[in-house]
Design a protein around this ligand. Structure first.
Ligand code: FAD
Length: 512
């Protein structure tokens, strides 16, 4: 009983990422057909503009030309998330920020963390382990125009237009990888007697039969949730934000600088994202409707933007925070919003869906007999991935020193913090995190990410019993000098972000 036919329901970013990964891996060598059905009437969610560096690997792997991608998706470079006012109440402490950089902290060259904790300098934590913060603050790009595709002087991801990205993935999947594309509404689902899916019933194309069905139908989760009845595990008791207001605003002029990082500014009951694409900014307020009204959330967003954009309307999106109790059930796999979702603070959406699509393609069962074990493993791994993602997102809230609204007080209440995160935080009060604390291959956020956020937010690790880690103060000073020199050198050589983007749009990027 060979598997021959994969049917994907849904043509949002998740559906098309899955189609690309599955077709790339399985189409030619194994002769498995991939068909994607999407409704011409039900729109995609249309948001999701921030990515992480893993996206670079995926685009390269899928054979997409980086220059083409930048031109067609209005994409820009992203080197960091700049977290503004997350640690303290700005009314009492003034504005402040820290960077969660994409460059790894250079702790293998010189482990400056214990020295920084012992206040051996006035610099921010990120400045003692990397140079990229300054590159971002100066509005510079992560690479030169002469750098080959997908290579940079510093690590980077992208900001992109979600609708244009889906379109590009569609063409890549259909034209280059042989995916069959059907535009039709799915009105019903036929099951086998054992409860697995036999076919999707469409309005105009009859029944679409398959061996494996991938549910990428968005928040509605038509197959996994509605038809197969797999419960949704709600996590809104940990992560409170349940709505977003999204708006697209134009630049004042064509030479206005574009930030090469996402800006995330904390609010009284949530936070605002600000993402610069080539032609416009995408801005949104993510908030908890239990802690503020929709009207107040809109006012906060308008205050942030300034009155010049008052004539542009916002779009309100309800978010379901949590994941399915199972991601693979019989012959159905859920991917994308139908699999799970947490607020887009660290651009986890595309990251998790891309990683799971790739894992699915790489571990794909070739015969029906392999299915039960593949299902078991997939469910275990993906559940762990989601739980670790939730821990990491919660970290941004629960170690904040803000107590200026119910939202922040509730977020720092230990009862809202998962046990796994609490245990880590207790341990890290005495021990600096190390890679031994992170062991799962599919853990998306690891030591580097935790170091930037913990110490960017002034988390205190006692150094009482760790004097042995900070004996070489002269070495530390020399290291800081070395970093400062390198930072100065890059500040003078890297191009301004918009200048590089304009050049790429004109000339492309060399392939090698
Ligand atoms: P959708 O885009 O909703 O697509 C669903 C598809 O299913 C559509 O094609 C629809 O036509 C089809 N469909 C549904 N029902 C039927 C039917 N009956 N018949 C046929 N077809 C059907 N992610 C990031 O990585 N970075 C971010 O910065 C980010 N920001 C976000 C901000 C917000 C406010 C939200 C809500 C999400 C954000 N995300 C982000 C997540 C990102 O938007 C999603 O991960 C991504 O767009 C994938 O969506 P999807 O493909 O699962 O669903």
């Amino acid at each position: 009983m060979k598997i021959k036919q994969i049917v994907i329901l849904g043509g949002g970013t998740a559906g098309w990422l899955a189609a690309n990964h599955l077709a790339k891996k399985l189409n030619l060598p194994n002769g498995i057909n991939v068909t994607l059905v999407e409704s011409p009437n039900i729109p995609t969610i249309g948001v999701g503009e921030g990515t992480v560096p893993a996206m670079r690997e995926s685009l390269k792997y899928l054979g997409i030309d980086e220059g083409d991608f930048i031109k067609r998706c209005d994409a820009t470079f992203k080197q960091s998330i700049k977290f503004v006012n997350w640690t303290h109440d700005p009314a009492a402490h003034g504005n402040h920020y820290y960077h969660h950089l994409f460059d790894y902290p250079l702790i293998n060259q010189f482990n400056s963390t214990p020295y920084w904790l012992n206040k051996h300098c006035q610099l921010s934590y990120a400045e003692t382990v990397a140079v990229q913060g300054k590159i971002c603050d100066l509005g510079l790009a992560p690479k030169m125009v002469t750098d080959p595709q997908y290579q940079g002087t510093t690590a980077y991801a992208y900001h992109l237009d979600a609708a244009k990205f889906s379109q590009m993935l569609t063409e890549n999947a259909v034209d280059k990888l042989g995916v069959i594309h059907i535009k039709d509404d799915v009105t019903d689902v036929i099951l086998h007697t054992d409860g697995s899916i036999k076919a999707l019933v469409t309005q105009q194309n009859g029944n679409i039969f398959g061996d494996v069905f991938i549910d990428c139908s968005g928040f509605n989760s038509l197959l996994m949730g509605e038809k197969l009845g797999i419960d949704f595990v709600d996590k809104s008791d940990i992560l409170f934000a349940d709505h977003a207001l999204a708006i697209q605003v134009p630049y004042q002029n064509v030479s206005q600088p574009i930030a090469s990082h996402t800006i995330s500014t904390a609010q009284q009951a949530g936070w605002i994202w600000d993402i610069g694409l080539t032609e416009r900014r995408g801005v949104g307020h993510v908030y908890s409707s239990n802690h503020t009204s929709h009207e107040q959330a809109e006012r906060d967003l308008r205050d942030y933007l300034g009155s010049e954009f008052d004539n542009i309307s916002t779009r309100r999106i309800k978010m379901h925070i949590g994941y399915r109790a199972k991601f693979w059930h019989k012959n159905c796999v859920a991917l994308g919003l139908s699999q799970g979702f947490v607020e887009p603070l660290e651009a986890t959406g595309l990251l998790v869906f891309d990683a799971t699509a790739r894992m699915l393609a790489e571990q794909f069962p070739m015969e029906h007999a392999e299915m039960p074990l593949a299902e078991k493993r997939f469910n275990q791994r993906i559940r762990q991935t989601w739980d670790r993602v939730i821990d990491f997102i919660k970290l941004h809230y629960c170690i904040s020193k803000r107590r200026d609204s119910a939202f922040w007080r509730d977020n720092t209440d230990p009862r809202s913090i998962p046990d796994s995160l609490q245990e880590n935080l207790e341990y890290w009060r005495f021990k600096i995190p190390t890679e031994y604390d992170f062991h799962n291959k599919l853990s998306i956020f690891n030591l580097d990410n935790y170091l930037y956020v913990l110490y960017g937010m002034e988390f205190e690790t006692s150094s009482q019993n760790q004097q042995f880690q900070y004996q070489d103060v002269d070495g530390y000073r020399a290291w800081l000098k070395e970093l400062a020199n390198y930072r100065d050198h890059l500040s003078k050589t890297l191009p301004e972000h918009r200048v590089l983007i304009d050049k790429i749009k004109k000339y492309g990027i060399q392939s090698v």
